[in-house]
Design a protein around this ligand. Sequence first.
Ligand code: ARG
Length: 578
Amino acid sequence: MKDTIRQLIQNALNQLVNEGVLPEGLTPAIQVENARDKTHGDFASNIAMMLAKPAGMKPRDLADKIIAALPADPQISKVEIAGPGFLNFFQNTDALAARLDAALADPKLGVAKAGAQQRVVVDLSAPNLAKEMHVGHLRSTIIGDGVARVLEFLGDDVIRQNHVGDWGTQFGMLLAYLQEKPATSDELSDLENFYRAAKQRFDESEEFADRARGLVVKLQAGDAECLALWQRFNEISLSHCQKTYDRLNVKLTPADVKGESAYNDDLANVVTDLKAKGLLVESNGAQCVFLEEFKTAEGTPLPVIVQKAGGGYLYATTDLAAVRYRSNVLKANRALYFVDQRQALHFQQVFEVARRAGFVSNDMQMEHMGFGTMNGADGRPFKTRDGGTVKLIDLLDEAQERAYALVKEKNPELPEADLRNIAKVVGIGAVKYADLSKHRTSDYSFNFDLMLNFEGNTAPYLLYAYTRVAGVFRKLGKDFSEVEGQIQLAAPQEQELAARLAQFGEVLNNVAEKGTPHILCTYLYDVAGLFSSFYENCPILAADTPEQQQSRLRLAALTGRTLKQGLELLGLETLERM
Ligand code: ARG
């Protein structure tokens, strides 16, 4: 709808330019917002205020002219001027109802991508395999998964790339320990302990440390025995990750893993190619790219180091190889990186070097979708009581336990198996939703009590809202698809719910463009709230006429399907009752 209004305004502006009312060559960004107060219309634009000066007119006078030049549109019933010169648009309720009827008949709920379909690489999760996944990997995994799902729903061709850290000096230490104490898979199943024990040996024995360093060299030289050990270790570590992904209901599979080691053979080429482009400078024996735009506040240049003095390659070298692969082999139009905000400089540098070196096609967009830190409820970095990192698995266990206690308190009579299932959906959903509902770039405090609250913008609230809609249909012995008739929008609560439901597509396009699932969370929370007022004020089972009942049921069905689809795009499971 906002796009339609923007287009109408654009047409009016073109006409005013033709009439000489507006000067030529203006290309304003036309803003259209949801009106705050619905009695003053559904959408508002400040365009007349923006253009008053260049037009040499008072904003309200220009607003008059724009309204006169606006083409008629069946979806708009009237346009008024408000305040200092806002244009307020009123949506035609019959046209709105017809759009919702069409959405109800569409498996995609009337949602379509704005713009051309693209091939999008989504770089997400990417834990380091030497250790077990910890809370630091949660955000990348679930925010990346949410955005990938939305892109897919809009019809993009999404390629997930799990750029795991499966290479590097820590592996020498782990291999040395494995050699010394051949561990069974079972023993390795606690990677955290294994890593700690290896590190302890490394720190206390000079001889062990030397052996570890020697093993890295052998590994990198392709020694068969080392490679076999390394592979076994990685397989076990990856199977841990996969268990966590499955538990989190994240769409990642072993096929999405393309770790750092996958680019080994290309690293020397990256360096040679940069050299051939004249981009390399040797500095203290290291191979570096210096770019004018990267300097410290004091003006000291910040190089991108691609090869160390000893010959070793770095994180940036691997990322350069990876981005080239994503462009040349995967043929991506867009590459999105869901990685901690603290790596912002790294990605700016990698993207810029890749462009200068011609490693990526000119029209491939590269976007670092950075995110803030997850803190504890006290606002300090999230740690265990004794200051260690929190294993993701332990966090999920606790979430499920707490959810179980809550659900059992509310419904003590439910069979144990049902309680466990509800606790799983609510517990995991709460952890995910709490994260997804915050703006990606801000830090946030992890707080079990808040995320498990049944009120507010939380998973339990939304899951419960969904069960209420489902409950209406259960009482009637129908499902969402068995609703005849047409939507009629009479009561204000019907109109408000309808207007918000009609924005699902716009919201999803926004999430896809900006990589911000919180926009979808806010939307679902709004829809749930509007459904509540509708449900209280507009009786369904006790409606006045059969037509009214059908109309209300259709609105409820569309609400139910929108909530379910929206939650699924966030990677949350839903329950029919709880
Ligand atoms: N393994 C890295 C880390 O834990 C994240 C990798 C992100 N992706 C990338 N292409 N650099 O910090």
